[in-house]
Design a protein around this ligand. Sequence first.
Ligand code: NAD
Ligand code: MG
Length: 394
Amino acid sequence: MSQPQAVTVLGATGSIGVSTLDVLARHPERYRVHALTAHRSRETLLEQCRAHAPALAVLDREADAAWLRERLSAAGLATEVRCGPEALVEVSEAAEVEVVMAAIVGAAGLLPTLAAVRAGKRVLLANKEALVMSGSLFMDAVDRHGATLLPIDSEHNAIYQCLPVEHRGGLSRHGVTQLLLTASGGPFRGWSAEALAGVTPEQACAHPNWSMGRKISVDSATLMNKGLELIEACWLFDARPSQIQVVVHPQSVIHSMAAYADGSVLAQLGNPDMRTPIAYGLSWPQRIDAGVEALDLFQIARLDFEPADEAAFPCLRLAREAMEDGGTAPAVLNAANEVAVEAFLDGRLGFAEIGELVARVREACPVAPATELEGILAADARARREAQARLERR
Ligand code: NAD
Ligand code: MG
């Protein structure tokens, strides 16, 4: 039997990270954990080190790393602890690593995810913000370095499953006419603009179907998540924004679809549990047990579909426009949104003002080509400054 594959989990303590470790632990003969990383959650990382005995653990600050080192050595564990962004890159590109789960939230995940791509790893992409920011640069690096990129976002994982294995080079070459990106509609589906104005962080983070980190929960509630996913789908599948239709499907059972020229529509269905796409990404082209219950269609009974309300949820339109503008526009959109969501979660910005702030920052930041990492990071930094300045002026 072959050796277990070494896996690095970036963002191990988050919602996707925890689900990834759950799947890995079901298959010790196939996978071993090489490195686990977290930002601040040292207690959770300590528990994960006890359970999975990685060779390396990474935290952001040296003080937290020292704390973890002490606990690990007291427990007789050999895990080495490092800190800082360089350590994230190291555990992503290390020669012994075969698989990298990119599950850091936000722009902070870009450099380690890109490092894994450039080292030719199998990259499981949950960190959609990294691809939204760096689109063509990222996909070029996948091709140039022979990385295997598997989308973990449930919609993109579903589309991947509905497309031919060789699907690069434009959808029409493969007879695909449209990608149907499903959306739950978030917790405020059907709400009026007036009602949305008073939404609190607690309400926004209580998603009806999925349990997720706070940032993506807010993005799901504003539909910015669907907008980021539209951009993500354009890059992953060589699609134009006009080839992607957003379909609100409140049950979240169909995870997305591909429509073909002959009238066929292929869909991937399953219970809303991220362990399914994670297991798919880990084992592709094989299939392994994900610990997910079989879908009970009689219990679901019905599947509903409706268009998205872009008047009440402007973030979807803003994202589509950013993709159409191209260059650094998606990076600017993403950075402004990250600042706005943080301000909303801290009670400094109203729910309906998230989209307004993103729109103002987009107007203020000129679009430049996004062919170099430097330019992308500069656009990200400028957009954050613009957003902060506008927040402070209010
Ligand atoms: P989360 O907030 O639960 O976890 C984020 C992880 O990243 C944590 O381990 C945290 O310690 C780490 N982290 C945060 N900031 C960091 C920083 N500055 N530097 C280094 N590490 C940092 O988030 P999540 O819900 O697990 O989402 C992770 C990513 O996956 C996001 O990009 C999200 O959009 C995407 N995603 C999540 C889901 C889901 O169901 N949760 C579904 C699809 C896509
Ligand atoms: Mg998704």
